[in-house]
Design a protein around this ligand. Structure first.
Ligand code: ADP
Ligand code: MG
Length: 923
């Protein structure tokens, strides 16, 4: 609660004296203590007192006052017709906004107009089309700890730490302990529940769903993840999570009995109750027609780090928006976009389902004509999921029903388009044209209805005989009036006589002053103007009343008829939602087929379950290849239990190569073709990635600690069906430690896990592991060097890399020629003096790659001469102060030469530059 929420103090003090309207406002604030109440006054939403100040500031509107006998109150308002952007700002600023609408017609009200909170806007529960991005999901979620039954401590989050072999971890991850997570999309009625056993898994799930709002109780039993997400945290009463209350709430929903634990019931009951609360009347959300319990082991899991570093949905580079999603998203409709999002968030592990999607994609890849026709037809589909939500919440207008009808119209077309394709038979079976609804809407609703529901013009007159009678009375009256001018002119002989209408006075007959003497006796004066008088006759009055009466009754009958039609359509919500799903799937499949055709992808095949080999011929990175003029394809050939150590100069393509293997697997498991010439893949259960700290500086979490805790998760959770990508692990610490950790990690992965592992590293020491472990082998990226010029071939080759070309990269980066040539001298000198010292210039020496400094380095073994050598060189980063006392230029050059650019973070580089510069300045 902030000053802007809850009842304003100034009003509380004068509570009994307040004018009726302000008392009403005050009471609504009391009823919604944690929301900012916006109070309809005519065409405006107004806020008062502290709330007014907040609204004025955030929405940039003028702060005014309302004065009455009890005092003066700050007031600020936004026009209702144009409220969306203001509401958006308030919600963005973290407010829950309670909309108190006038719920009776001001004209009919007896004194004070009745007002009620019709909905509460929160980030995770908005349903307004203007406030939601198209084709997205918008979840409010919560996490409940199962171990907190009695308000006690949390379950041991490391419970499954020892279950690295996989199968035990599975049985442990049941619904009976750990954490329950529930998520609800109020706009579509999608409700998801799952249980996971560890906190890491909670974070991964939240990261996957990326809810807009996370409910946390002011007390146990909810759980807040350690790493902040993109969601808004909403503190709610712990009562909402009370088991009895939650269970009671769930009673209104079907399939609630499928929930597996008390924690799931609490979590699910709480989000549903919250969703109901935001819709104004706390009534069950009828369009939540199923509560979907899912098990995250039924899909390919990513840790949060993997999702980010693979750039599935968000690009990590600030000047590019290229993501895997954007690359394969060729959808034509919001339904398709949302479906594809769900698929990519949750790739499959069930081979049959994958193959079913692939069959469909293949059929569309093969037939471009059908594919394009399908795409065009799908483009006409409205967002049925949100439409169904609006219809069921009784918020749909005539236009929404017409939009539904237009979408239903394409169903037979889709069916026809797909009729020749065997792979689509099961999809076609699910294409329910909802003929009953379509006919009803077509009969009842005019083809181009207004947005307003209470002013008539929505219902076809032929739909209802009473309406028809009223409208024809109205019409007859109007026709009579239309002819009145002519007949009265004839009767009176006044040629200038005219008939008109004003909003205030109604119909009149106007006669100019010179003709007043010819006015008949049955004219009654209504209004005097400067040059004329206005009259009415008893017959005109009678007709006018008749017209008005009929029109008014017709408008209200239309409203009732509309509500009835809407209710009848709402009764079919399940079917509309089922149709929405299949249309979304068709669009997603069509999208994948288009991406495959455009990108020249191939259908992947899967290895039999007992063989876990991965073979990719001519694989490409689906995203990078679209951003570059040419892309060099590379092969991959790996089996479970194998570890590929990838070395090569900076910028040669190591990271790209590893990610392309993961992305190809992800695409395959959503049922997509893949960017390669051929791919035979295992079905992975999880993909882990760990990107070395310094590579992750853009993410703002470049701490070695984080790197290590993510590594911990990998070492604990990876199974023999996992894909593990390690990119420069160990980089965030000293060379000795880093190399030691890298080595120990590789040994552990090789010896203990049977995963498929790719490890890109600048620690050449690691390449010797290939001689010691059967499953470890070396790959590297070659570069050609001609007269000190380096060309990266981006082509992967067997064996360890020869050099890291650090100096060439420095040159490419624009380091002044004098420094570069001096650096070369230093390298040459140190190479001739003592090979063991070659590491002083990082990986820039040929000798380190041939295995010279290759004595196994283990933590605590700092005495080995090779590692001691590298320790002094790079562990203590040279600064001007400890550079040899020579001339300044030499000192700086030497310091520069000793820097290993490949091992620096951008910030370290800047700091070092700064130090070097100040060394010169000190002269
Ligand atoms: P590393 O991890 O070895 O430092 P990256 O994978 O980050 O290298 O790649 C460096 C640059 O090279 C990237 O910007 C990418 O655009 C380009 N690149 C990588 N692989 C290829 C390839 N196979 N074909 C063409 N360009 C590539
Ligand atoms: Mg890299």
């Amino acid at each position: 609660m902030t000053a802007a929420t809850g009842p304003p103090e100034t009003m509380a003090d004068r509570r009994t004296e307040l004018t009726p309207m302000l008392r009403q406002y005050f009471e609504l604030c009391v009823d919604h203590p944690d929301a900012l109440v916006l109070f309809q006054v005519g065409d405006f939403y107004e806020a008062f007192c502290e709330a007014a100040e907040t609204v004025a500031r955030i929405c940039e509107v003028t702060l005014t006052k309302r004065e009455d006998s009890t005092g003066s109150y700050p007031m600020a308002g936004v026009p209702i017709d144009n409220a969306a952007s203001s509401l958006d700002r308030l919600v963005d600023a973290g407010y829950r906004v309670a909309i108190a609408d006038q719920v009776e017609d001001a004209a009919e009200a007896n004194g004070l107009v009745d007002r009620a909170v019709t909905r509460v806007l929160t980030p995770g529960t908005v349903v307004d089309e203007e406030l939601l991005a198209a084709g997205t999901t918008n979840y409010v979620a919560t996490v409940v700890s199962a171990g907190d039954r009695d308000g006690g401590s949390e379950p041991d989050s490391e419970r499954t730490a020892t279950d690295a072999d996989g199968d035990d971890a599975r049985t442990d991850e049941t619904a009976t302990d750990g954490f329950a997570l529930a998520a609800l999309d109020v706009s579509t009625g999608e409700c998801l529940v799952t249980s996971v056993s560890t906190r890491t898994a909670v974070e991964a799930e939240l990261d996957r769903l990326s809810p807009a709002e996370l409910l946390v109780a002011d007390d146990a039993p909810t759980v807040t993840p350690e790493s902040a997400g993109t969601w808004t945290e909403s503190v709610v009463d712990a009562d909402r999570f009370d088991l009895a209350r939650a269970t009671d709430r769930l009673g209104a929903y079907t399939a609630a009995d499928r929930l597996a634990s008390d924690a799931e019931r609490r979590a699910c009951g709480a989000v549903l109750a919250y969703g109901e609360y935001t819709q104004g009347d706390d009534a069950p959300l009828e369009y939540v027609s199923r509560i979907q319990r899912y098990d995250r082991r039924d899909s390919l899991a990513f840790d949060a780090a993997a999702r980010r570093s693979l750039e599935l949905f968000e690009s990590r580079s600030p000047n590019s928006s290229a993501t895997l999603f954007e690359t394969v998203d060729q959808t034509a409709s919001a339904l398709g976009r949302r479906c594809l999002t769900r698929w990519l968030r949750q790739p499959l592990v069930d081979r049959e389902r994958i193959e079913q999607r692939l069959d469909a994609v293949e059929a569309l890849v093969a037939d471009g004509v059908v594919r394009e026709r399908l795409h065009d037809q799908l483009g006409a589909a409205y967002d049925l999921e949100r439409l169904a939500g609006r219809i069921s919440r009784r918020r749909a207008n005539g236009r929404d029903l017409r939009a539904l009808k237009r979408t239903l119209d394409i169903v037979p077309e889709l069916d026809e388009t797909l009729s020749g394709l065997a792979a689509f038979e099961s999809y076609r079976d699910r294409l329910d044209p909802l003929d009953d609804c379509a006919t009803l809407i077509d009969d009842a609703i005019v083809s181009d209805p207004p947005a307003e529901l209470t002013e008539g013009g929505v219902i076809n007159p032929s739909f209802d005989s009473d309406l028809d009678a009223l409208r024809s009375t109205e019409r007859a009256g109007r026709n009579w009036i239309a002819e009145l001018e002519a007949s009265e002119r004839e009767r009176t002989g006044i040629d200038s006589l005219s008939v008109g209408h004003t909003q205030v006075h109604g119909y009149y007959i106007e006669v100019t002053n010179p003709n007043l003497d010819r006015v008949p006796d049955d004219y009654t004066r209504r209004q005097t103007l400067k040059n004329s008088e206005r009259f009415y006759t008893p017959e005109l009055k009678r007709r006018e009343d008749e017209i008005l009466g009929a029109a008014e009754r017709a408008d209200s009958l239309e409203y009732d008829l509309f509500c009835d039609v809407r209710d009848r359509v709402a009764a079919e919500t399940d079917r509309i939602q089922a149709l929405a799903r299949v249309v979304g799937e068709l669009d997603a499949l069509c999208s994948l087929a288009t991406a495959a055709a455009v990108g020249d992808y191939v259908r992947p095949s899967f290895q039999p379950p007992d063989s876990r080999e991965l073979t990719i011929e001519g694989g490409r990175h689906p995203v990078v290849e679209t951003t570059r003029e040419s892309f060099v394809p590379n092969d991959t050939d790996l089996a479970a239990g194998e570890v590929a150590i990838i070395t090569g100069p900076n910028m040669s393509g190591k990271s790209t190569y590893m990610r392309q293997v993961a992305l190809i697997s992800v695409l395959a498991q959503i049922g997509s073709f893949v960017p390669a010439e051929a791919a035979r893949l295992p079905i992975f259960d999880r993909i882990f990635t760990r990107v070395g700290a310094s590579d992750d500086i853009a993410g703002g979490e470049s701490t070695f600690m984080r790197e290590m805790s993510e590594l911990t998760a990998i070492l604990h959770d990876a199974t023999d069906r996992s894909l593990v990508l390690l990119d420069e692990v160990g980089r965030g610490t000293s060379t000795t430690d880093g190399a030691a950790i890298a080595r120990a990690t590789t040994e552990f992965i090789h010896d203990e896990l049977d995963a498929i592992t790719l490890f890109a590293t600048h620690y050449h020491e690691l390449t010797t592991l290939a001689d010691e472990r059967a499953g470890v082998f070396n790959l590297h990226f070659a570069a050609t060097r001609e007269d000190d010029d380096v060309t990266f071939l981006h082509r992967i080759v067997r064996g360890p890399s020869g050099a890291s070309y650090g100096i060439e990269v420095a040159e490419l980066a624009g380091v002044p020629p004098a420094v570069v040539s001096r650096a070369r001298e230093v390298v040459d000198e140190s190479n001739t003096v003592d090979p063991a010292e070659s590491t002083t210039v990082g990986d820039g020496s040929e000798s380190s790659a041939t295995g010279d400094g290759s004595e196994p380095i283990t933590a605590g073994d700092g005495s080995a001469s090779a590692s001691a050598g590298s320790d002094t060189a790079t562990n203590t980063r040279p600064t001007p102060s400890d550079a040899p006392a020579a001339t300044d230029a030499e000192a700086v050059a030497e310091a520069l030469a000793a820097i290993d650019i490949a091992r620096m973070t951008p910030i370290e580089a800047l700091n070092t530059l700064d130090e070097l510069q100040s060394a010169i300045d000190d002269r």
